[in-house]
Structure formats: structure tokens, C-alpha cells
Design a protein around this ligand. Structure first.
Ligand SMILES: [Zn+2]
Length: 514
């Protein structure tokens, strides 16, 4: 193995990541994440599973048409219909890739397909050949590879490479493997598949035992040169190997792992925040690299140590991952020009009209809050990105809280020219508001998730509320930010309601195939 090899980063936030319950995104949100991934410098973006739904197909097509800085990949089962759909969705990409998969483990063969190994091998070869007629870049995944019979796995890999697969991916679909075992599997594949040097070995590890990143790194040390991962490690069940952890492990321990990636490290924090914001999946505070506490040193000794010499306790300089600390940047007197410059510096592309709207909101915020931080601006802009038509608009809000009496809320909403008002009691002020909104909109919803966190530090910080509403078996995410947490709660709820009115929810999540 040559030293200091490049490892390709295959990001599947938009496909596997989206399968996390409640994380589904619409087309605009997916495109925004794709732009962020392009800025981050990922090598391959798996944009979706086009055959699954029209919504998924459209999103993949849009990503393929706009993103030029990465390979755009579409997932397909080993059947013609899937491969055709994937091809149609990604054919406009500068660098398209079809990713074909087929189950190869005994459990899957016996219970899912009722097919013999020979029949499976034939299916895989035919699928790869069929895809190869459409484009040169083909990836093949034997689903549940880590639980497959090794001899059969070697045969199928040899056959698909012979048929034209340029990347072979070894998924630990159910997150069952351990680092030593998984590393050995990759080494065995390299030693037993005669034509393996003609393809890149990829790995795809789920995190059911918390070993996704460890397994992937062990595979890299044994010759894998592509890792599949998601931002913040989101995905079905316990999620996928996390991009930022894998990249920073390879960067920090380059001396030991002997590999590098071409990820722009300083984009990591921003991308993590965007994905968290658009999926409504908050990052746990102690999460490595991107968690809120990842670089904070609360204890006195540590603080002293860090100030004296950063490397005493910190193995990564937070600036390297784009964490510049909360900086006071703008205030009430900042003009549109300064605001626009800051927005650009943060890496967002806004149309003139979006910028106008964002600036309006910035002015309002600057009235309520002495200092406006980068994180405040990000929260503001990320709401502009989603472009949900405001069917219902908040005009007025009043809540009363009094010891010994039930909280009450009066809400006035505008829909076009019509203005409607309702008053309700509730278990708390937020509940009272939600009941009043329900009275006005007549949309019955169950609140399945409510979370609030502060956007920055400080007593005048904005509260950012994320809600998930269950409506007709669909889960819809809404979010809102304000210095008044009741107003933030109302905004988040209305955001979800407006998504329903505009039918702008993402596709239904399907169980993860790979
Ligand atoms: Zn997966």
C-alpha cells in the first residue's frame, strides 16, 4: 500500500441521511445542502434513490443539473426500471454515477429473494452491464456484505468488476461488525478477488454499535479508498458513520492512518449547522467535532491549560473546522451593504429579493438584541432558503400567565385578505398558542417533538424552536427563531402548517437498503 493515499468522501446525507425518521427534506432544501457539500469538497454526492418517488427523482435531477464540483450519484436496485430512473435523473450531471445494489447475505437470499446464489450472481452482473451501457462510472454494493459468505462475496465482486463496476462498496448494512473483523474483511477481499485493483474499494458503515467511524477507519487502513458517510452521522436507526469525525480522524492522525481527504475543513461547522437546521435533527452537545461542547473547556484547570498552550488539552484547533467563536459583527446601525457582505462571507447565495427580506428581519432582530452574531444571521438566512409560501401569517400574539390560573393565548393570523383571531387555554403558554392556531387553521396535528435551544450565548439570545407535527401519517418539521421563545414556538408551528398548506414536505422515508 502506498503511503499518504487519498480517500474519497462519498456523502449520502441526501439519500441515507434523509431516511432518519422526520428528516425528510424538500427539493430546495436538498439543493441547498448539495451546494454546501460542494463547498465542503466532498468527492461524491449520493443525491437520492430516483425510482422511489417523483419527489426523489426531481430532487436528484435538480442536484445533478446544478452541482458541478462533485460526482452525482443515484441509487438503483439491480433491475432495469431502477437503473433507467437513476440514469434519467442524473444524466445531466457533469460526472454522473449509478450505484447498483443487491443483497448477498444468506439471510437475505433465503428470506427476501428465494433465489440461489447463482441466480443472484447473474442478476448482479446483468445489472452492472446494463448500467455500464449508459455511463462509465458504476458502483456496486452487495447489501449486507459483512454478513455474507466470504467465498460468495469474492466471486460476486470479481464478476461485477469484470462486468464494469469501477467502485465496489462493502456495506455493514446493520452496523454489526467490529473494527478488527471489518478491517480483516477488506484485507481478505484484496487478497482473494483477483481483479480488485481495477476498482476502488468503498465502505459504508452503520452506527448501531457506535462503531461506524471506527469500522470505516479500520477498512481504510486495510486498503479501502472510499468511505460513505453523512454530515452529523444522521441516517436510519443509529445513523451512518459521521463525515466530520472520519475526516478529522484522518487529518489529526495522518501520521498513523497514512491517508488524506480533500475536504475543506473550515466548512465543516457551517455544513453541520445547515444540515441540523434543515433536517430539524439537533446535534448532541457532546458530539465529536461538531457538538456544542466539543471544544469548550469548562473546568478551571483546563481553561488555564488551554490558554497557556492550546495543545495541552485540545487536539484540534477549533478554527480549523470553521469554529471562529461567537463574534460581535453587526448591530442596529449596520447597513444593508455590511449585512450583504457578511452573508456572502458566511457562504450563502441569496437573490436580491431574499436578501431584502433577510435584511428586514435583521433590522427587527437588531432592535431586540444588542449584538447580532454569525449564528443569528445563519438562523435568519436558513429560514429564507426554505421558501415556504406563508399561507398563514402571524399578525398578533398575546399570552397571559398568572399563578393559579391556566395560561391563555390570543392569536391573530392572516390568510390573504382574511384575518382570523382565536383565544385558547392550555397546559402552558405554548400549548395555549398551538390550540388557538388549530382553532383558526382547522388543521388537526399531533405535536410529536418540541425542542428549544439558544442560537448564541447571552441573556438576549434568540431561542430556536424545532417542532415535528404528525398529520395524516406524515411527519412535518417546522422551526422558528426569536428573542421571544413563545413567538419562536408559534413561528415553528406555523412553519410546519404552511408546509402542509403548500404540500411541501419531502418524500416518505423508505427503509434503508444499503
Ligand atoms: Zn446505509
Amino acid at each position: 500500500m502506498s503511503t499518504f493515499d487519498r480517500v474519497l468522501i462519498f456523502d449520502t446525507t441526501l439519500r441515507d441521511g434523509e431516511q432518519a425518521p422526520g428528516a425528510s427534506m424538500n427539493e430546495t432544501e436538498k439543493l441547498e445542502i448539495a451546494y454546501a457539500l460542494e463547498r465542503l469538497g466532498v468527492d461524491i454526492i449520493e443525491a437520492g434513490f430516483p425510482v422511489i418517488s417523483q419527489g426523489d427523482f426531481n430532487s436528484v435531477k435538480t442536484v445533478a443539473q446544478h452541482i458541478k464540483g462533485a460526482v452525482i450519484c443515484g441509487l438503483a436496485r439491480s433491475i432495469k426500471e431502477d437503473i433507467d430512473a437513476a440514469y434519467e435523473a442524473i444524466k445531466d450531471a457533469l460526472h454522473p454515477r449509478i450505484h447498483v445494489f443487491l443483497a448477498t447475505s444468506k439471510i437475505h437470499l433465503q428470506y427476501k429473494f428465494k433465489k440461489t446464489p447463482e441466480e443472484i450472481l447473474q442478476m448482479a452482473v446483468e445489472a452492472v452491464k446494463y448500467a455500464k451501457k449508459k455511463m462509465s462510472d458504476i458502483e456496486f454494493s452487495p447489501e449486507d456484505a459483512s454478513r455474507s459468505e466470504k467465498e460468495f462475496l469474492y466471486r460476486i465482486l470479481e464478476a461485477v468488476i469484470e462486468a464494469g463496476a469501477t467502485t465496489v462498496n462493502i456495506p455493514d448494512t446493520v452496523g454489526y461488525s467490529t473494527p478488527t473483523e471489518y478491517g480483516r474483511l477488506i484485507a481478505d477481499i484484496r487478497n482473494h478477488v483477483p481483479n480488485i485493483h481495477q476498482a476502488v474499494i468503498s465502505v459504508h458503515c452503520h452506527d448501531d454499535l457506535g462503531l461506524g467511524v471506527a469500522n470505516s477507519l479500520s477498512a481504510v487502513q486495510n486498503g479501502a479508498r472510499q468511505v460513505e458517510c453523512t454530515v452529523n452521522g444522521i441516517g436510519e436507526r443509529a445513523g451512518n458513520a459521521s463525515l466530520e469525525e472520519m475526516v478529522m480522524a484522518m487529518d489529526t492522525r495522518r501520521d498513523f492512518i497514512d491517508c488524506f481527504t480533500q475536504i475543506r475543513l473550515e466548512e465543516i461547522t457551517k455544513t453541520s449547522r445547515l444540515v441540523s437546521h434543515l433536517t430539524g435533527m439537533m446535534v448532541q452537545p457532546n458530539k465529536a467535532i461538531v457538538g456544542r461542547n466539543a471544544f469548550s473547556h469548562e473546568s478551571g484547570i483546563h481553561q488555564d491549560g488551554v490558554i497557556k498552550k492550546r495543545i495541552t488539552y485540545e487536539i484540534i484547533d477549533p478554527k480549523r473546522v470553521g469554529l471562529t467563536g461567537s463574534q460581535i459583527i453587526l448591530g442596529k446601525l449596520s447597513g444593508r451593504h455590511a449585512f450583504s457582505e457578511r452573508v456572502q462571507k458566511l457562504g450563502y447565495r441569496l437573490q436580491e429579493v431574499e436578501l431584502d427580506r433577510a435584511f428586514e428581519r435583521f433590522k427587527k432582530l437588531a432592535d431586540q438584541k444588542k449584538y447580532v452574531f454569525d449564528e443569528d444571521i445563519e438562523a435568519l438566512i436558513q429560514d429564507e432558503i426554505t421558501e415556504i409560501p406563508e399561507t398563514w401569517k402571524l399578525e398578533y400574539l398575546k399570552t397571559t400567565l398568572e399563578t393559579g390560573r391556566p395560561p391563555r393565548a390570543t392569536i391573530r393570523l392572516r390568510r390573504g385578505k382574511e384575518v382570523l383571531e382565536a383565544t385558547s387555554q392550555g397546559d402552558g403558554p405554548v400549548d395555549a398558542c398551538y390550540k388557538a392556531i388549530e382553532k383558526i387553521t382547522k388543521l388537526k396535528a399531533t405535536l410529536t417533538h418540541y425542542a428549544i435551544q439558544s442560537v448564541t450565548g447571552g441573556k438576549d439570545a434568540q431561542g430556536e424552536v424545532t417542532v415535528k407535527l404528525q398529520m395524516d401519517a406524515k411527519e412535518i418539521t417546522g422551526r422558528g427563531a426569536s428573542t421571544d421563545i413563545i413567538e419562536a414556538s408559534v413561528k415553528a408551528y406555523l412553519f410546519a402548517v404552511n408546509k402542509v398548506c403548500a404540500k411541501l414536505w419531502g418524500p416518505e422515508p423508505e427503509p434503508s437498503p444499503v
